[in-house]
Write a protein that binds this ligand. Sequence first.
Ligand SMILES: Cc1ncc(COP(=O)(O)O)c(C=O)c1O
Length: 482
Amino acid sequence: MKHTTAPLCDALRRFVEREQAPFYSPGHKGGRTLDPWFRANIAALDLNNLPDTDTLHCPEGPILEAERLIADAWRVGQSFMLVQGSTSGNIAMALAALKPGDPVLVQRNAHKSVVAGLIQSGASPIWLWPRWDGVFGVAHGLDAPRVEAAFAETPAKALWVLHPTYFGTTADIAALASACDRHGALLLVDGAHSPHFAFHPELPRPAEQSGAAATVQSVHKIISGLSQAAVLHIDPAKLDPAAVRRALQLIQTTSPHFAIMSSIDLARRQMMLDGRLLLDQTLDRARRTARRLAAIPGLQVLRPEHLAGAGTGLHQLDETKLLVGVSGLARDARAIVARLNRDHGVQPELGGTGHVLCITTIGNTERDMDRLVAGFAEVADHAGRRDAAGGSALIEDILAVPPEMVLTPREAFFAPDEAVPLADAVGRIAAEAITPYPPGIPLLMPGERLTRTIAGLLRALLDAGTPISASDPQLNQVRVVR
Ligand SMILES: Cc1ncc(COP(=O)(O)O)c(C=O)c1O
């Protein structure tokens, strides 16, 4: 073993020294948007819970004051600082709002931290399928009529939605909130990608001001938080603040990083003092770049003209995100992303089937945008055109599979399990999620029965070369409940 090396740090250093044009999170883009004193003193700010610094688990001093300012800035009843990302907020939300066995309507393209919240709380999900977009190859939000129909069938305790999706699209959050009101249910929101919505009128409507009982936001993803910086906003009339604090004490470290917490404090100050102007500039840069990218043969960019209207799962769009449709060039965008990185020093957030996602924030510059457009122009030229028609015929079949939940995610998590060949798994209960990309929506969740139809679809997906997320991506073995 070569202990003279530090492989992780070496890799990070090489990455940093290449000065990639950053189209990924965190939003500060290599520290560009951070307060100069803070940036120079991050190591000195790595402190402990001391009388002068306050304690995250039971704040009484500057942390409490900072949390009150956060609540005021986002215009909510109460806010909590998080140092373990939206992941911890989603889990805390579940533990504070749901009890074992509680029925909860959940958007099926939920982040894995939502599933973690279901496992930890023991709640019983009723999955709702989001609106599928075959052009860009992504799932959007929930159509309101689908939510209404689900409430009519099951008097659920809560509705748990994404606002926005990873790709920046939102459902009609006001319509979903009023459905919750009518059915006496709590609206729980994974708003990981929405910490900036409250600070610009041309961004989608903020869930935290639209009737949500709880909304979690990753301050690090879009505005000037360090990684792991997040906030949990609640309406204290709907969710007991003491229950939320208790849940957070169960989840969060007792040694929170003070630089992470300070970055939330400073991101709030920055948004309140300069947010409108900074986001004006960000939107303007992103809109101009979207037009330049869309003019490149083979590319299209998701824009407001693609929206589907009130009450739909594609109601609003965060235009700072550039979702670039590349199916006119290639089915799988991973090679495009690799070429942008290697040959152009441009790093997008991700490449999936038919799309590349670029996250632009207050930290990007005109030069970044020029590099992105030049990189895409060369990549498109190199790739040549292809007939975008066709896509994956299997997607409609995947989206039509009715889930058969036998155990709750919690029961499945704690059940003894074993790995068996796919053929032997037919009729058994899955102990893991299995998710093909596309559509990036689990075909199976832990606790659901793996039927003959599902096994057939999984074989067809493997034959088609569709990437599958599972403990064994080749599905030679599948984990099932014993
Ligand atoms: C939709 C969504 N929710 C929650 C999370 C978790 O956020 P964090 O990384 O801040 O824990 C993510 C992370 O990518 C996400 O995309």
